[in-house]
Design a protein around this ligand. Structure first.
Ligand code: PXP
Length: 405
């Protein structure tokens, strides 16, 4: 390997020789893996005090940070051989490794790789896909370069430090509810699904209830045909519905409990003593190439049992959080959701959440890094009525006026 890795230790900073050699070799290998073998990089290990000064001078932030990267080649493409400087505070690196319970060598390497990717113009603070791409590269490199001991924990930490915003799956059930109020043919949830996609929905959700009170088989079939994103079919465990799902093949089925008299889904599934029964359904749907999600209350036990059913996804019930009567209760429920999400992700499950979320309460849950997708219906349909009312009335008024002029 031709590349040169320069390591500078600031005055008063000492790092074990073995650690320095591990970092130097690993960054050299990282450049090789990135097909940048001929490039050079300078790593400076320094103090919190020094990094605070640099952070203030160059970024206007008067506090310490773990790593700063100063690229040499801004706007000069890859022609230039010196990629730039990565400056790391050993004080902060040690504190953070301790705080996150990570092995120091591996954490220091993760910071160096983070800085190296910044030198190559990767940026986790820009746009929709750049954060995902940066994280993917960090994980790929650390998978190959980190010490075996503590590697799993490090990779989980990087995965959990999700940069990506969560996705939004829009539930159009209540468009069908309005249609069914008159047993009419409009408004059509199929049209609503297309409009939701135009608005940026990442998926469309429909709940085919046992009593078919809103969405019907026809809606599910046409939505599946017409949408460009993914169809998520919510349903109870029922033989006829399983047969229907296998025929229509939505991207995902979300299994929910259902009580005939309920106004809406009242809570998560109770998996106690039902793991084998649910596992049978999960396997049957997975065999038909359908992903399976289980709607569950934010409880540790529920996440553990979900893992045993072999479902790939859990949707954490946010209804109790949404209905909390005061701030204290809301915070308590939020923490339950956070903990359940962390446990589920650590178990290797994909984490979604939903129920009762609206324009006022979405913020805190949307910040939970483990949650990859939200399923929201009622509040969006309700808002659509409100923001559309003025135009709808104006259009009708115009038709009435024009009839005689
Ligand atoms: N997730 C599940 C499992 C649901 O049953 C529902 C309601 O159909 C939702 C999310 C969406 O809830 P809301 O309509 O309150 O946004």
């Amino acid at each position: 390997m031709k590349n040169k890795i320069f390591i500078v230790l600031s005055e008063g900073i000492s790092v074990d020789k073995k650690v320095l050699s591990f970092v130097k070799k690993s960054i050299s290998k990282a450049l090789f893996l990135l097909k940048l073998s001929s490039k050079e990089v300078c790593l400076t290990f320094t103090s919190d005090e020094h990094l605070t000064k640099l952070n203030y001078k160059y970024l206007g932030r008067p506090y310490p940070t773990n790593v700063l990267a100063f690229p040499m080649r801004k706007g000069k493409g890859l022609k230039i051989s010196h990629l730039g400087d990565i400056i790391i505070s050993i004080d902060t690196a040690k504190k953070e490794a301790n705080l996150y319970n990570l092995n120091f060598e591996n954490y220091l390497l993760a910071l160096c790789i983070h800085g190296l990717l910044h030198l190559l113009d990767y940026d986790h603070q820009k746009g929709l896909y750049a954060p995902w791409l940066m994280q993917k590269n960090e994980l790929n490199l650390l998978e190959k370069l980190a010490y075996k001991e503590g590697k799993k924990e490090l990779l989980n930490f990087i995965k959990r430090r999700e940069y990506m915003p969560a996705k939004l799956a829009v539930n159009v059930d209540h468009v069908a509810t309005v249609r069914e109020a008159r047993k009419s043919y409009y408004p059509d949830p199929v049209h609503a699904a297309v409009l939701a996609e135009l608005g940026g929905a990442d998926g469309i959700v429909v709940h085919l209830r046992l009593d078919r009170r809103h969405v019907k088989e026809r809606d599910v079939r046409i939505i599946k045909e017409i949408i460009k994103t993914k169809l998520i079919l919510e349903m109870a465990i029922d033989e006829e519905l399983i047969k229907f799902a296998k025929e229509v093949k939505p991207y995902q089925v979300t299994l929910v409990p259902e009580r005939p008299e309920e106004v809406t889904t009242e809570g998560g599934m109770n998996l106690e003593g039902k793991v084998e029964e649910v596992k049978k359904v999960v396997r049957e749907l997975k065999k038909a190439n359908i992903k399976v999600s289980l709607f569950l209350n934010p409880e540790e036990k529920a996440m553990e049992l979900a893992k045993k059913t072999e479902a790939q996804i859990v949707e954490i019930h946010t209804g109790i959080y949404a209905e909390a009567l005061n701030e204290e209760e809301r915070e308590k429920e939020l923490s339950k959701i956070e903990t359940a999400a962390r446990i589920a992700k650590d178990l290797g499950l994909i984490v979604h959440a939903g129920h009762g979320l609206n324009y006022e309460n979405i913020g805190p849950v949307a910040a939970i890094p483990e949650i990859e997708e939200f399923s929201i219906g009622h509040s969006i349909v309700a808002r659509a009525i409100m923001v559309g009312m003025e135009r709808a009335v104006r259009e009708m008024k115009e038709l009435i006026l024009r009839a005689r002029t």
